[in-house]
Design a protein around this ligand. Structure first.
Ligand code: 4AD
Length: 453
């Protein structure tokens, strides 16, 4: 086909074309519209070219005919070009399908930004070095859309339960989850860290604002190359005053279930969950409750062994006191096939602030929520209410207590039984959307050794 070297001019005698986002086109059917977007797919045929145009709000079939495929720009029309196009928005012909149920019969278009040939973003290979282009593909974009809906659903649910959002700082001088995984940096000549958790700050808000939550990046300098560990991830944390351990468990399952309901009912996100994870079933309440000691028995009854840190040592059955490693936890969770509240861990495995079980002082009022395919997505506990017990906790972990003066004041000025939890947003998404790894669930991946783009 010979390209005719003409530059197309928009016909000024045509009706005014309103500029509309693709996702809002339905109410503009049978009118002339103007759309901007990126060429997602291109299907040239003998007399016409079909484009799937994408603008983030949706996908639109555009039909170019006649001069519109013979003009000079048409030579450069490849996927990932950005274009402007006007035309009549029509119902798709009987028996045909297109996104949104309509197509744009173009009467004019122009190239805005050319693209090199060979960009195949919609194929999505989860290429982290080309993440900026890969994000244009359907699956990564779908995950990010569900992610946005999940975050707003959590905010809606917390609003419903009168839990207020606060935004603690990311620059801190205390550790919440152990010094070994702190990213340290120089802060005007002092040592400071990137936050692991907003929890300690949330606790100080209780007497001022009541129940609170925050959504904040958490930084973990762990060298864990697993399907579910990131160096930076989004942590959603909540702290509740004047509760007991049962209240905490009931609250967590209520929040998870209400969030899932909102997401599934959302016209965009609900469909995307269906597409990405067709087998997904909303969990039913109450969640299974499993005592740590019973979990140890389960592992041993099913031949799931314990591996010491030193891989040269032989595997052995689990003993009370052992941490349950990721692989073992995942096997157990997948065998049970339902959400599990794994409760009452040995205190030695838990952070300094975790409350003891009265009468079983070596164990803690702590809980992890385990989900099939991912394992732990939530970690939470009741907190110590007494200053002296906190001081013991710092001693146990070889921590100086002075930097925590403000945290201890929480216990000196009207202490309260309280507790809370943190939800790993990427892990929640990996569960909801059946992703192989949490790396697919963040905008730009941050895992050991990887911080670009
Ligand atoms: O269990 P964690 O370390 O608990 C806390 O940070 C508490 N301060 C939370 C609280 O009680 N307010 O982390 C909470 C959750 C985990 O259950 C997991 O979902 C996620 O954060 N998480 C990670 N996600 C990705 N990469 C990592 N390296 C993660 N570490 C924890």
């Amino acid at each position: 086909e010979e390209a005719v070297k003409v530059v197309l001019e928009e016909d000024p005698t045509k009706p005014q074309a309103e500029k509309v986002k693709i996702g809002h086109l339905e109410s503009h059917r049978e009118t002339r519209v103007r759309v901007f977007g990126w060429v997602h797919r291109l299907r040239p045929q003998s007399q016409m070219t079909y484009i799937t145009l994408r603008d983030g709000s949706g996908y639109l079939q555009v039909v170019l005919k006649g001069d519109l495929v013979k003009n000079i720009d048409a030579l450069d029309l490849v996927t990932e070009c950005s274009i402007e196009v006007t035309g009549d928005l029509k119902h798709v012909p009987e028996g045909k399908t297109a996104p949104g149920g309509h197509e744009l019969i173009a009467d004019w278009w122009r190239m805005i930004g050319k693209a090199p040939t060979g960009v195949d973003a919609y194929a999505s290979l989860f290429n982290d070095h080309l993440r900026h282009l890969d994000l244009r593909a359907e699956t990564p974009a779908a995950i990010m859309k569900v992610r946005a809906t999940v975050l707003s659903a959590f905010r809606a649910v917390y609003g419903r339960h009168t839990i207020m959002e606060v935004t603690p700082p990311c620059i801190v001088q205390t550790s919440a989850e152990g010094g070994a995984s702190l990213f340290k940096f120089d802060y005007y000549g002092q040592e400071a860290y990137l936050t692991q958790s907003g929890q300690l700050y949330l606790e100080t808000c209780l007497p001022s604002l009541g129940d609170v939550f925050c959504v904040q990046e958490s930084f973990r300098a762990e060298n864990s190359h697993t399907r579910r560990h990131l160096a930076e991830y989004t942590l959603l944390e909540t702290e509740l005053a004047f509760i007991d351990f049962r209240d905490l468990l009931d609250h967590i399952e209520t929040v998870i279930c209400e969030v899932v309901d909102i997401v599934l009912a959302d016209s965009t996100a609900g469909k995307l969950v269906q597409e990405l994870n067709p087998a997904f079933q909303a969990p039913t309440r109450p969640f299974k409750r499993l005592d740590y000691k019973d979990a140890i028995s389960f592992l041993n009854e099913h031949g799931i062994m314990f591996q010491e840190d030193d891989p040269a040592l032989p595997v052995r059955p689990h003993r009370i006191g052992d941490d349950i490693a990721e692989a073992a936890e995942r096997k157990m969770t997948d065998m049970m096939g339902v959400p599990i509240f794994l409760m009452n861990f040995p205190r030695a495995l838990k952070a300094f602030y975790t409350k003891k079980i009265t009468g079983h002082e070596d164990f803690a009022e702590s809980v992890d929520l385990l989900m099939p395919n991912v394992g732990e997505i939530v970690g939470g506990s009741m907190r110590l209410t007494d200053v002296d017990e906190l001081v013991e906790g710092y001693k146990r972990d070889n921590m100086a207590d002075a930097p925590y003066y403000w945290y201890m004041d929480q216990r000196k000025y009207g202490t309260s039984e309280h507790g809370g939890y943190g939800i790993g947003v990427e892990r929640f998404l990996a569960w909801l959307l059946n992703r192989w790894t949490v790396r697919e669930c963040q905008l730009y991946g941050r895992w050991p050794g990887h911080a670009a783009p």
